[in-house]
Write a protein that binds this ligand. Structure first.
Ligand SMILES: [Fe+2]
Length: 310
């Protein structure tokens, strides 16, 4: 039988997505970068991690890219307890210089990409409810730490993220040079949309050739979804195409359903080359008029680019 202490611990507010007073208070203070108050996690929070981890593990072995599988090994996660970011970084940092950095909520696009450029990954520290493992109102710790961070142990992938951050910096520099304010906003909005689409269809939902005629998953949105990781590889309802930059930057997407369209890269070197090409296109003005549609560019994202320091 559980002790009273265990019962209290089980039902304390914890750090549950959308239900965490610690996070609300940090947001109210305007504090974006925070620490991980590890003792606030409730037993239910740890239970959510344990269930999510145990459930998806066999699917990682079956579908995940080898770089991700090596990453999971080298980060030494405890399958039963939520990881401490300090421990994660102790294993991660010597490999690629990356570190997970706790945040209280949404990080505006430029700040997010600029963190990547500095080998920092803004990381959510709240976790979804243990009784709603598949319902995700916003990103959580399992998505960020179990879905993204293992990829950051791979040098080629980590370098690609840094290069992507450089791209965002170039976008801000180009916008600064544009004299007409209306043109500046219109073109920058298009460029941000192109960057967001590229990020979505690669870093979040990318597939890679496995060299044996099949595919593996390297996108973190897929790697952290028990249902969609299998669906992305197995389902006849998914269209999978070799990645084409001109298609990706013009392609809308919806975030609240399994993705019906996914793009395949050959390797991480291929992905890195695509980011370089994306930057070239940006400099040539080829991202200034991408097709309208999702995702929208919100005021905070736009302002973060316009206010970026050179
Ligand atoms: Fe993500």
């Amino acid at each position: 039988m559980a002790t009273l202490r265990e019962e209290i611990d089980r039902f304390k507010p914890g750090l549950t997505t959308t239900e965490a007073p610690f996070i609300e208070e940090a947001k109210a203070r305007g504090q974006l970068y925070i620490h991980q108050p590890y003792d606030l996690y409730s037993e239910l929070n740890h239970e959510a991690w344990k269930k999510l981890f145990a459930r998806i593990r066999p699917r990682w072995e079956r579908y995940a890219n080898p770089a991700f599988q090596r990453g999971i090994e080298s980060l030494c996660f405890d399958p039963d307890r939520i990881p401490r970011l300090d421990d994660v970084n102790r294993f991660l940092n010597p490999l690629t210089g990356f570190r997970a950095k706790a945040v209280s909520g949404y990080v505006a696009a430029y700040l997010f990409f600029d963190c990547l450029r500095n080998r920092e990954f803004p990381t959510t520290i709240t976790i979804r409810r243990a009784d709603k493992l598949d319902y995700l109102p916003e990103p959580d710790l399992f998505h960020d730490i179990a879905g993204h961070v293992p990829m950051h142990t791979d040098k080629a992938f980590a370098d690609t993220l840094v290069q992507f951050g450089e791209c965002a910096r170039t976008a801000a520099a180009i916008a600064r040079e544009e004299k007409d304010p209306a043109d500046r906003v219109r073109r920058l909005s298009s460029v941000i949309q192109a960057l967001a689409r590229f990020f979505w269809f690669t870093i979040e939902f990318g597939l890679m050739k496995d060299g044996k005629g099949g595919l593996s998953v390297y996108g973190s949105g897929l790697l952290s979804s028990f249902g969609e990781i299998a669906h992305s590889i197995e389902s006849p309802d998914v269209q999978r195409y070799p990645i084409q930059l001109e298609w990706v930057v013009n392609q809308s997407f919806e975030i609240d359903r399994y993705q019906p369209l996914l793009f395949v890269v050959d390797s991480f070197d291929h992905l890195f080359a695509l980011v370089s090409e994306l930057e070239t296109w940006m400099k040539e003005g080829r991202l200034n008029n991408v097709a309208p549609g999702e995702p929208g560019v919100n005021e905070a994202d736009l302002a973060s680019f316009l206010e970026a320091e050179s």
